[in-house]
Write a protein that binds this ligand. Sequence first.
Ligand code: ADP
Ligand code: MG
Length: 243
Amino acid sequence: MIRAQQVNKFFYAPHKIHALKDASLDVAPGEVVVIIGPSGSGKSTFLRCLNRLEYADSGTITIDGDDVLDPKANINAIRAEAGMVFQSFNLFPHKTVLDNLTMAQMSVRKRSKTEAEEKGMMLLKKVGIEEKFNVYPNQLSGGQQQRVAIARSLAMDPKVILFDEPTSALDPEMVGEVLDVMKGLAKEGMTMVVVTHEMGFAREVADRVIFMDAGCVIEEGTPEEFFSNPKSERTQTFLNQIL
Ligand code: ADP
Ligand code: MG
Protein backbone atom coordinates (compact mmCIF):
# COMPACT_ATOMS: atom_id res chain seq x y z
CA MET A 1 0.00 0.00 0.00
CA ILE A 2 2.91 2.31 0.78
CA ARG A 3 6.35 2.03 -0.74
CA ALA A 4 8.86 4.67 0.32
CA GLN A 5 12.42 4.18 -0.83
CA GLN A 6 15.51 6.11 0.18
CA VAL A 7 13.62 9.27 1.06
CA ASN A 8 15.71 12.31 1.91
CA LYS A 9 14.50 15.60 3.31
CA PHE A 10 16.49 18.71 4.18
CA PHE A 11 15.38 21.82 6.03
CA TYR A 12 17.35 25.02 5.52
CA ALA A 13 16.01 27.34 8.24
CA PRO A 14 16.98 28.22 10.92
CA HIS A 15 19.97 26.10 9.88
CA LYS A 16 20.57 23.22 7.52
CA ILE A 17 19.27 19.88 8.80
CA HIS A 18 19.28 16.52 7.05
CA ALA A 19 15.98 15.43 8.60
CA LEU A 20 15.50 12.18 6.65
CA LYS A 21 18.42 10.09 5.48
CA ASP A 22 17.60 7.39 2.92
CA ALA A 23 14.53 6.39 4.93
CA SER A 24 12.62 3.45 3.47
CA LEU A 25 9.33 1.87 4.49
CA ASP A 26 7.00 -0.66 2.90
CA VAL A 27 3.53 -1.11 4.32
CA ALA A 28 1.28 -3.93 3.12
CA PRO A 29 -2.50 -3.52 2.83
CA GLY A 30 -4.11 -3.98 6.24
CA GLU A 31 -0.82 -3.70 8.07
CA VAL A 32 -0.34 -1.60 11.23
CA VAL A 33 3.18 -0.16 11.49
CA VAL A 34 4.25 1.73 14.60
CA ILE A 35 7.18 4.16 14.37
CA ILE A 36 9.05 5.02 17.54
CA GLY A 37 12.19 7.01 18.21
CA PRO A 38 13.55 10.00 20.12
CA SER A 39 12.30 13.53 19.65
CA GLY A 40 13.78 15.11 16.52
CA SER A 41 14.56 11.76 14.87
CA GLY A 42 12.44 12.54 11.80
CA LYS A 43 9.26 10.59 12.57
CA SER A 44 6.86 13.45 11.79
CA THR A 45 8.86 14.50 8.75
CA PHE A 46 8.68 10.96 7.39
CA LEU A 47 4.90 10.77 7.86
CA ARG A 48 4.45 14.22 6.34
CA CYS A 49 6.50 13.25 3.29
CA LEU A 50 4.28 10.18 2.76
CA ASN A 51 1.22 12.32 2.02
CA ARG A 52 3.18 15.30 0.72
CA LEU A 53 2.56 17.70 3.56
CA GLU A 54 6.32 17.98 3.03
CA TYR A 55 7.83 17.44 -0.40
CA ALA A 56 10.71 14.95 -0.17
CA ASP A 57 13.96 16.11 -1.76
CA SER A 58 14.82 12.70 -3.19
CA GLY A 59 13.68 9.09 -3.17
CA THR A 60 10.46 7.50 -4.35
CA ILE A 61 7.09 7.30 -2.62
CA THR A 62 4.01 5.51 -3.94
CA ILE A 63 0.65 4.96 -2.30
CA ASP A 64 -1.27 2.08 -3.84
CA GLY A 65 0.92 2.54 -6.90
CA ASP A 66 0.31 6.29 -7.25
CA ASP A 67 3.48 8.39 -7.42
CA VAL A 68 3.26 10.89 -4.54
CA LEU A 69 6.21 12.93 -5.82
CA ASP A 70 4.86 13.35 -9.35
CA PRO A 71 4.69 17.14 -9.75
CA LYS A 72 1.41 16.68 -11.64
CA ALA A 73 -0.20 14.58 -8.89
CA ASN A 74 -3.35 16.02 -7.30
CA ILE A 75 -2.29 16.92 -3.76
CA ASN A 76 -5.83 16.87 -2.39
CA ALA A 77 -6.36 13.39 -3.80
CA ILE A 78 -3.09 12.18 -2.25
CA ARG A 79 -4.09 13.56 1.15
CA ALA A 80 -7.52 11.96 0.89
CA GLU A 81 -5.95 8.59 0.09
CA ALA A 82 -3.45 8.95 2.93
CA GLY A 83 -5.30 10.72 5.73
CA MET A 84 -3.40 12.27 8.61
CA VAL A 85 -4.36 12.51 12.26
CA PHE A 86 -2.29 15.06 14.18
CA GLN A 87 -1.32 15.43 17.82
CA SER A 88 -3.19 18.75 17.93
CA PHE A 89 -6.43 17.51 16.24
CA ASN A 90 -6.44 20.36 13.65
CA LEU A 91 -10.23 20.61 13.39
CA PHE A 92 -11.69 23.76 11.84
CA PRO A 93 -12.63 25.76 14.96
CA HIS A 94 -15.39 27.85 13.37
CA LYS A 95 -17.16 24.83 11.83
CA THR A 96 -19.46 22.40 13.62
CA VAL A 97 -18.40 18.80 14.14
CA LEU A 98 -20.57 17.61 11.27
CA ASP A 99 -19.33 20.39 8.95
CA ASN A 100 -15.77 19.33 9.79
CA LEU A 101 -16.70 15.89 8.48
CA THR A 102 -18.56 16.95 5.34
CA MET A 103 -16.48 19.77 3.81
CA ALA A 104 -13.74 17.70 2.19
CA GLN A 105 -16.20 14.98 1.22
CA MET A 106 -18.05 17.53 -0.87
CA SER A 107 -15.04 19.41 -2.28
CA VAL A 108 -12.61 16.52 -2.84
CA ARG A 109 -14.87 13.47 -3.14
CA LYS A 110 -17.63 15.44 -4.91
CA ARG A 111 -20.40 14.04 -2.71
CA SER A 112 -23.74 15.77 -2.26
CA LYS A 113 -24.41 17.46 1.08
CA THR A 114 -26.95 14.78 2.02
CA GLU A 115 -24.61 11.97 1.14
CA ALA A 116 -21.73 13.62 3.03
CA GLU A 117 -23.90 14.22 6.10
CA GLU A 118 -25.14 10.63 6.13
CA LYS A 119 -21.60 9.34 5.98
CA GLY A 120 -20.51 11.90 8.60
CA MET A 121 -23.22 10.81 11.03
CA MET A 122 -22.43 7.14 10.46
CA LEU A 123 -18.77 7.81 11.28
CA LEU A 124 -19.57 9.91 14.35
CA LYS A 125 -21.58 6.95 15.58
CA LYS A 126 -18.67 4.66 14.87
CA VAL A 127 -16.34 6.77 17.05
CA GLY A 128 -19.03 7.05 19.73
CA ILE A 129 -19.86 10.75 19.52
CA GLU A 130 -22.91 11.15 17.27
CA GLU A 131 -24.80 13.32 19.79
CA LYS A 132 -22.15 16.06 19.37
CA PHE A 133 -22.68 16.56 15.64
CA ASN A 134 -23.86 20.15 15.99
CA VAL A 135 -21.34 21.58 18.48
CA TYR A 136 -18.07 23.39 17.81
CA PRO A 137 -14.71 21.69 18.45
CA ASN A 138 -13.90 23.85 21.50
CA GLN A 139 -17.01 22.46 23.20
CA LEU A 140 -15.47 18.99 23.13
CA SER A 141 -12.84 17.33 25.30
CA GLY A 142 -9.47 16.54 23.71
CA GLY A 143 -10.38 12.87 23.41
CA GLN A 144 -13.65 13.73 21.69
CA GLN A 145 -11.90 16.15 19.31
CA GLN A 146 -9.39 13.50 18.37
CA ARG A 147 -12.18 10.99 17.70
CA VAL A 148 -13.81 13.59 15.42
CA ALA A 149 -10.47 14.04 13.65
CA ILE A 150 -10.25 10.28 13.07
CA ALA A 151 -13.82 10.25 11.75
CA ARG A 152 -12.92 13.13 9.43
CA SER A 153 -10.05 11.10 7.96
CA LEU A 154 -12.30 8.06 7.55
CA ALA A 155 -14.90 10.14 5.72
CA MET A 156 -12.53 10.34 2.76
CA ASP A 157 -12.37 6.52 2.46
CA PRO A 158 -8.57 6.65 2.79
CA LYS A 159 -6.36 3.77 1.74
CA VAL A 160 -4.15 4.44 4.74
CA ILE A 161 -4.26 6.66 7.82
CA LEU A 162 -1.09 8.24 9.19
CA PHE A 163 -1.25 9.04 12.92
CA ASP A 164 1.32 11.48 14.36
CA GLU A 165 1.34 11.05 18.15
CA PRO A 166 -2.46 11.09 18.28
CA THR A 167 -2.64 10.78 22.07
CA SER A 168 0.33 12.93 23.12
CA ALA A 169 -1.73 16.09 23.71
CA LEU A 170 -4.46 14.33 25.69
CA ASP A 171 -5.09 14.21 29.40
CA PRO A 172 -4.27 10.69 30.57
CA GLU A 173 -7.88 9.68 31.16
CA MET A 174 -8.68 10.32 27.48
CA VAL A 175 -5.87 8.33 25.92
CA GLY A 176 -7.75 5.04 26.19
CA GLU A 177 -10.85 6.13 24.27
CA VAL A 178 -8.72 7.25 21.30
CA LEU A 179 -6.53 4.13 21.34
CA ASP A 180 -9.71 2.00 21.45
CA VAL A 181 -11.00 3.65 18.26
CA MET A 182 -7.61 3.02 16.62
CA LYS A 183 -7.62 -0.63 17.75
CA GLY A 184 -11.07 -1.02 16.23
CA LEU A 185 -9.83 0.34 12.90
CA ALA A 186 -6.83 -1.99 12.98
CA LYS A 187 -9.15 -4.94 13.58
CA GLU A 188 -11.28 -3.94 10.60
CA GLY A 189 -8.19 -4.09 8.40
CA MET A 190 -7.38 -0.39 7.99
CA THR A 191 -3.79 0.20 6.88
CA MET A 192 -2.18 2.42 9.52
CA VAL A 193 1.18 4.03 10.23
CA VAL A 194 1.29 5.27 13.80
CA VAL A 195 3.96 7.41 15.46
CA THR A 196 3.40 6.95 19.18
CA HIS A 197 5.00 6.63 22.57
CA GLU A 198 2.27 4.20 23.66
CA MET A 199 4.30 1.03 23.90
CA GLY A 200 1.27 -0.98 25.07
CA PHE A 201 -0.46 -0.11 21.80
CA ALA A 202 2.68 -1.02 19.83
CA ARG A 203 2.93 -4.43 21.51
CA GLU A 204 -0.72 -5.21 21.21
CA VAL A 205 -1.71 -3.79 17.82
CA ALA A 206 1.38 -3.35 15.63
CA ASP A 207 2.29 -5.90 13.01
CA ARG A 208 5.68 -4.23 12.79
CA VAL A 209 7.62 -1.70 14.85
CA ILE A 210 10.13 0.67 13.23
CA PHE A 211 12.80 2.52 15.20
CA MET A 212 14.14 5.83 13.86
CA ASP A 213 17.08 7.86 15.11
CA ALA A 214 18.77 10.94 13.63
CA GLY A 215 16.76 10.77 10.39
CA CYS A 216 17.47 7.08 9.73
CA VAL A 217 15.36 3.97 9.96
CA ILE A 218 17.59 1.98 12.30
CA GLU A 219 15.70 -1.27 12.65
CA GLU A 220 12.34 -2.93 12.33
CA GLY A 221 10.74 -6.10 13.57
CA THR A 222 7.62 -7.68 14.96
CA PRO A 223 6.73 -6.26 18.41
CA GLU A 224 7.88 -9.57 19.89
CA GLU A 225 11.34 -9.40 18.24
CA PHE A 226 11.63 -5.69 18.66
CA PHE A 227 10.91 -5.38 22.36
CA SER A 228 12.45 -8.61 23.61
CA ASN A 229 15.47 -8.75 21.34
CA PRO A 230 16.38 -5.36 19.82
CA LYS A 231 19.31 -5.73 17.44
CA SER A 232 20.89 -2.31 17.45
CA GLU A 233 22.54 -0.66 20.41
CA ARG A 234 20.71 2.61 19.72
CA THR A 235 17.36 0.81 19.94
CA GLN A 236 18.39 -0.86 23.19
CA THR A 237 19.44 2.47 24.69
CA PHE A 238 16.16 4.10 23.66
CA LEU A 239 14.05 1.25 25.01
CA ASN A 240 15.99 1.30 28.29
CA GLN A 241 15.17 4.99 28.66
CA ILE A 242 11.44 4.67 28.08
CA LEU A 243 10.48 1.23 29.44
P1 ADP B 1 10.21 13.89 15.38
O1 ADP B 1 8.81 13.89 14.85
O2 ADP B 1 10.86 12.54 15.38
O3 ADP B 1 10.31 14.52 16.75
P2 ADP B 1 10.70 15.81 13.27
O4 ADP B 1 10.43 15.08 12.02
O5 ADP B 1 9.66 16.75 13.77
O6 ADP B 1 11.12 14.78 14.42
O7 ADP B 1 12.03 16.66 13.10
C1 ADP B 1 13.23 16.12 12.53
C2 ADP B 1 14.24 17.23 12.43
O8 ADP B 1 13.82 18.16 11.43
C3 ADP B 1 14.40 18.04 13.70
O9 ADP B 1 15.74 18.43 13.79
C4 ADP B 1 13.50 19.23 13.49
O10 ADP B 1 13.95 20.35 14.22
C5 ADP B 1 13.63 19.45 12.00
N1 ADP B 1 12.43 20.04 11.40
C6 ADP B 1 11.20 19.46 11.33
N2 ADP B 1 10.33 20.24 10.67
C7 ADP B 1 11.02 21.37 10.32
C8 ADP B 1 10.68 22.55 9.60
N3 ADP B 1 9.45 22.75 9.10
N4 ADP B 1 11.65 23.49 9.44
C9 ADP B 1 12.90 23.31 9.91
N5 ADP B 1 13.28 22.20 10.57
C10 ADP B 1 12.37 21.22 10.78
MG1 MG C 1 7.03 14.49 15.74
